[in-house]
Write a new protein. Structure first.
Length: 228
């Protein structure tokens, strides 16, 4: 259990150490995803972040460091802090059963462009064209159009993150997100791993996640940087 808790405190780091090791780029103790996959990075020692951010900024003009409570050090001549996103981590305690009224489809590679377009319409900035490769994605279609999705993002041997919970604005209020989160959570449990998710503090979806059995456990903050 202690090992799991340590991984949850630095999920990007341990995902790149385990399930997502093939996506790793490392700069002297600071780890990043390859930018075409995901623009997240992680660290333990803030004194190493300035050089690492300068190096990563050469291949990605906009990117994040993710940390529970550490403050990265930057070289302000080369990298600009655009904003700090105050987030939180939620961990499943007991999944509440949800009755599905919609057909939920496992999305294949052929839908990757539709996934990308829907996420950038609803929640721009986090998703890259190849983020699809990080885990499984599920969707609901209406009139042959993908209108709601959930996906899996960070992963280790112990946990899988539920992510990309988005619904087209024209189809909100129908319970699609609730059904998809419950479905994705069940699929993670089938793999005998712990479902987790991350969101902004104050997100209106938090009460929904809590009703599904998730509990807020810790801060998890995103430092968004831009290359100068």
């Amino acid at each position: 259990m202690n090992k799991l808790i340590e991984k949850l405190k630095n999920p990007v780091w341990y995902s790149l150490n385990e399930t997502h090791q093939s996506f790793l780029i490392e700069y002297e103790g600071v780890r990043f995803y390859r930018p075409e996959i995901c623009t997240f990075g992680a660290f333990f020692d803030p004194s190493k972040t300035a050089k690492a951010l300068n190096a990563y900024s050469k291949i990605s003009d906009r990117f994040f460091l993710v940390s529970e409570n550490l403050i990265p050090i930057i070289d302000s001549k080369k990298v600009h802090l655009e904003k700090k996103i105050n987030g939180c981590q939620m961990v499943l305690e007991n999944l509440v059963e949800v009755k599905n009224s919609e057909k939920i489809v496992l999305l294949t590679q052929e839908y990757s462009k539709e996934i990308y377009d829907l996420i950038w319409l609803v929640m721009p900035g986090y998703y890259q064209m190849k983020t699809f490769e990080m885990g499984k994605y599920y969707g609901i279609f209406k009139n042959n159009k993908l209108v709601s999705i959930t996906g899996q993002r960070m992963q280790t041997n112990d946990f899988i993150e539920v992510s990309a919970v988005v619904t087209h604005p024209d189809y909100r209020g129908r319970g699609f997100g609730k059904q998809l989160v419950a479905h994705t959570t069940n699929e993670i449990l089938k793999e005998k791993k712990l479902p987790i998710l991350h969101t902004d503090k104050g997100n209106s979806a938090i009460p929904l996640y809590e009703k599904l059995g998730y509990k807020q456990t810790r801060d998890m903050n995103w430092w968004l940087y831009r290359r100068k």
